[in-house]
Write a protein of this length. Structure first.
Ligand SMILES: Nc1ccc(Br)nc1
Length: 446
């Protein structure tokens, strides 16, 4: 755990005194290292993305949930040597509690399901969009936070659950203009590894650790992979066979090696059959090397990738039937995915699919002299009460300024409150796109 307070184990974190000199020194106005601000134009893109996440989740009948960003550190301490643990953003709070900023959402989901216990009726179909954190030495200059969209199904052991989750991501891609020519899903099952390790007599408690090593197969040299697998006690011969199986690219070839009696082949065949029924066959391919980097996956695993191979995984997920019991709860069949907010934006930029999202407001309302500021407020309120968006000019400004602001906020029309018209309960309206101008009673303005 990379303690965020420099590793100091002091009980309470005493805020440093601010000296008089420091008090007047300009603070660093940038956000903390590895974090982002979302000024309006970035927030519009984020809302656009999140609205698609939410709309797809709603289409699939999922309920929204949320959890604290801060969790007890223990929720994320797993012994399998995952990167997510090495980069945990953890510290000791003022109550001497070991806490962490969540690096992912699934453990929180597991905690809440256990907390709810028998009161929940299965299956649960939940989704969340939450900020997740990691504390990585900034040497690599990577971000320390991102937002993740998660969808999870609790209580369905059949592969129909994974098939529906992948379908929901395909629906999302289609909504934003991404096609099967742009991205695909590599799909496999950790039961392949499980069956192989069992065949080679590898103890079950090494399963998670072996998966984490295998997940690095495209990130570190193969000799390093073999060395790390060797440390787990797996024989060299078994390692060679393991790596040979993991290079298999077709389900038939895999079946020739491991036989068709096991669950792995059955699950994968069913998934590909369901993919046809859901209508996304062209989006998925079997790839035995996909294991994903989280220790708790137990079955089908999948990851979305860009077919040009330029970007990191777009999303990923799988089945995690044993996670709840690692927290002392009853086990429920479970599967889900995480979809980050960063790689997808890089992909949209690549494909020139970023939406143009300017500010939009229907009316800019302006008093023509300072004695009519109150009248302008009345006009603004009347329009807002009718559900119209209004940018009310709050101070006395020359018309030239008002027209410039109208252009900047992309107002559809300008509503001017002048002395003579207002005596008659009317205002002047100028439609900015056409230049059309007319007077209208406020009561008739819509
Ligand atoms: N888990 C995690 C958290 C934050 C970022 Br940025 N990436 C991965």
């Amino acid at each position: 755990c990379a303690a965020a307070n420099g590793g100091g184990r002091s009980g309470s974190i005493v805020a440093p005194l601010v000296t008089e000199e420091d008090f007047h020194k300009k603070i660093d106005v940038n956000p903390p290292k590895g974090t982002r601000d979302f000024p309006p134009e970035d927030m519009r893109l984020r809302n656009w993305l999140f609205n698609h996440f939410k709309e797809v989740s709603r289409l699939y009948g999922y309920e929204e949930v949320d959890y604290p960003v801060l969790e007890t550190e223990a929720l994320f301490i797993r012994k399998a040597g995952e990167e997510i643990r090495d980069q945990l953003y953890c510290f000791e709070d003022r109550g001497n509690r070991r806490v962490a900023l969540r690096p992912e959402l699934t453990p929180s989901l597991a905690r809440l399901v256990i907390q709810k216990g028998k009161s929940v009726s299965l299956p649960l179909k939940w989704f969340a969009i939450g900020q997740c954190w990691r504390y990585e030495r900034m040497t690599r200059g990577r971000r320390r936070e991102h937002y993740q969209w998660n969808m999870d199904i609790i209580g369905v052991p059949q592969v129909t659950a994974e098939a529906e989750l992948i379908s929901s991501i395909v629906t999302f891609f289609k909504r934003i203009g991404i096609t099967a020519s742009d991205v695909g899903f590599k799909v496999s099952s950790r039961k392949v590894l499980q069956e192989l390790l069992k065949k080679y007599g590898v103890p079950e408690d090494l399963f998670g650790r072996v998966c984490i090593i295998i997940d690095k197969i495209e990130k570190i040299p193969i000799d390093e992979i073999k060395k790390e697998l060797g440390f787990t006690g797996i024989s060299e011969d078994a390692i060679e066979q393991l790596l040979q199986v993991l290079s298999v690219k077709s389900l038939d070839d895999l079946e020739d090696i491991i036989g068709g009696a096991g669950e792995a082949i059955a699950d994968l065949k069913q998934l590909f059959s369901l993919a046809e029924k859901f209508g996304y066959s062209e989006w998925i391919q079997f790839d035995a090397s996909v294991v994903r980097g989280l220790a708790y996956y137990t079955g089908i695993v999948f990851e979305g990738f860009d077919r040009k191979g330029k970007l990191r995984a777009i999303c990923g997920g799988g089945r995690y039937d044993r996670l709840l019991s690692t927290y002392g709860g009853d086990d429920f069949p479970a599967c889900g995915f995480g979809f980050g907010d960063a790689v997808i934006v890089e992909l949209l930029k690549e494909k020139d699919l970023l939406p143009e999202l300017g500010q939009e407001v229907e009316n800019i309302v302006c008093a023509l002299d300072k004695d009519l500021q109150g009248a302008a407020a009345t006009v603004a309120t009347a329009l807002r009460d009718k559900g119209q968006t209004v940018d009310l000019v709050l101070e006395s400004k020359p018309l030239k300024w008002v027209f410039k602001r109208a252009a900047r906020v992309n107002a559809r029309r300008l509503v001017l409150v002048g002395k003579t018209e207002w005596e008659d309960g009317s205002v002047s309206v100028k439609v900015l796109s056409s230049g059309e101008q007319f007077q209208v009673k406020l009561s008739d303005l819509e």
